[in-house]
Design a protein around this ligand. Structure first.
Ligand SMILES: C[S@@+](CC[C@H](N)C(=O)[O-])C[C@H]1O[C@@H](n2cnc3c(N)ncnc32)[C@H](O)[C@@H]1O
Length: 264
């Protein structure tokens, strides 16, 4: 699969993108700081490169499909290498539009439980599953502000792969209208804290380890900065007795890290 989509080709596939284009040094470009342009381009790329039909919440993060795909591919391939079998039962924490869950279910034919706390994102995620005929492969679960423990739908289960592109909140964060699309989410106090907002990720590791099968992995995608946050998370993986592995993905100018802890 060829992962990129040239801007000229994206405009041909979706002429609505044309108004966001300009030329620099004879090359067609799009200003991706414009959220509408980014939204349209990523939808076009998802449709034509990944054959995934998705919508995103206007207030939410607009995900970069290629880095999401590389994250999923990395986790499933490294799981298979270690276990000589495919990862079949998967848990995603904080699914947003469900992009990671959809890619996992579509390309690796697994069963995914995907949690989210914002009601409006949950609705969009479920709609995205319907559009892609994946309702029987992915179950969206309302976490009601928890990480894993205490979530009835998943508490009795064990997973091969637990994955997340986690949020980084400060202590006692409460969702704002601007950041969180609506009044619903105000009922929940977000799980935050840690000098670099790493508390949520640490909770995924500490709770997740109890829900992993032998040979299973917890995989977190992390931005490049701050380095200290990645280091704290890696240290926790080692302290918990998991086997640490780290990979790097570069998409355009962005670097993302995949930090993995294996229960071996
Ligand atoms: C960085 S975003 C990642 C979204 C998506 N997985 C992606 O890759 O684009 C983190 C998500 O975690 C969600 N979240 C925050 N607290 C949560 C909780 N306690 N349970 C489930 N999801 C949560 C946020 O609403 C947000 O959608």
């Amino acid at each position: 699969m060829k992962l990129g989509l040239k801007i000229e080709d994206a405009v041909k596939l979706n002429p609505k993108l044309k108004k966001y284009t300009y030329y620099k040094n004879g090359k067609m470009r799009i200003d991706f700081r414009d959220k509408d342009a980014l939204y349209l381009y990523n939808k076009t790329l998802l449709k034509h490169v990944f054959n995934i039909d998705m919508d995103f919440h206007r207030d939410a993060l607009i995900p970069t499909p290629v880095s999401r795909y590389l994250f999923i591919k990395n986790l499933f391939e490294s799981f298979k290498e270690k276990n000589s079998r495919d990862g079949k039962e998967v848990l995603e924490i904080g699914t947003g539009s469900a992009i990671l869950a959809i890619m996992a279910a579509k390309y690796y034919r697994c069963k995914v439980y995907a949690t989210e706390v914002v009601k409006e994102y949950i609705e969009i995620a479920r709609e995205n599953l319907r559009r892609n005929n994946l309702e029987d492969k992915v179950e969206i679960v309302d976490s009601r502000g928890r990480v894993i423990e205490g979530i009835e739908e998943i508490e009795s289960k064990k997973f091969d792969i637990i994955l997340s592109y986690p949020p980084f909140y400060s202590l006692h964060s409460v969702p704002s209208k601007r950041g969180f699309g609506g009044a619903y989410a105000r009922d929940v106090e977000l799980i935050g804290g840690g000098k670099y907002g790493e508390e949520f990720s640490l909770r995924i590791l500490r709770e997740g380890i109890k829900y992993l099968r032998e040979g299973g992995v917890i995989g977190l995608m992390m931005p490049h900065k701050p380095r200290e946050r990645r280091e704290i998370i890696e240290e926790e993986i080692v302290n918990l007795g998991l086997t640490l592995e780290r990979d790097k993905i570069d998409v355009g100018k962005r670097t993302r890290y995949i930090i993995k802890g294996y229960l071996l």
